[in-house]
Design a protein around this ligand. Sequence first.
Ligand code: G3H
Ligand code: 13P
Ligand code: ZN
Length: 285
Amino acid sequence: MREKTLNILQAAQKRGYAVGAFNVTNLETIQAVVEGANRLKSPCIIQATNKTMVYLGDKILGEMVNLVIENNSDKKTPIGFHLDHGASLDEVIRAIDLGMDSVMIDASRKNFQENLRITQQVVAYAHKRGVAVQAELGNVPYLGREEQNINWEEFMTDPEEAKQLVEESGVDALAVGIGNAHGFFRERELPDWDRLIKIKKLIPNIPLILHGASDWSAEKVSQAVDRGITCFNVDTDLRIAFITSLRDSLKDDYGLVDPRKVLSKAREKVQEKVQEKILMFARKK
Ligand code: G3H
Ligand code: 13P
Ligand code: ZN
């Protein structure tokens, strides 16, 4: 069942659990996310970046997600459709045109005033069309394996600025930096829990999103939920499940030439990963 991403986030926030926002790249991963959510009768968010919009074509991505959700409507599992890491108003406009009900504007590498200005511009456009907006403050980095001596302070969300950004832009959700990073390799040893608590206290009604959650343990996830995280973004772990399955299927079997065989197995592996994550995120306090 199609549901607005913001309703999914607000329901989770109200009841004290968290949801997963899962990145998709093709039909198999879209189906895997929806089926994973179905099996657990749990809400979830399908999200895609501009790279996926370009890879599939905006219209095809929109039609595919809408059809898979529609096809599933008897299951009553609420599924949202969100733009991940929108880089400009132009990307946001395309995402809304293809049917996303929520968009992220990621101006987190800009200075505060510029981030605020761009976020305000996106909110003005999106809200007129009934679309919710997520901003990012601080920055969730993409770190390579080699990068050493990371100065995490550079990436942290300033709680007072978070309050100002929310109040002056009217944004609906906020991605925070508390020592989290994209990819699988690096995170700050311990998240800055005090910072998260402060942010939550200052903007209690705004769902807080934790990007880079693929490598978060159940223990860390549950501490984050206790301190106010409402949604965890997962991409890398799903990619690994998909690609590892393809590698395993293909490595010794040169006679295997039916794409459906390998893709259905990969889809199943992604679905299992989605279920594992949903269970982890939804764990009650
Ligand atoms: O943080 C977002 C994604 O992991 C990056 O994905 O390769 O689709 O831009 P992308
Ligand atoms: P991971 O790289 O940890 O999966 O994070 C994904 C993400 O934050 C997408 O926005
Ligand atoms: Zn992200």
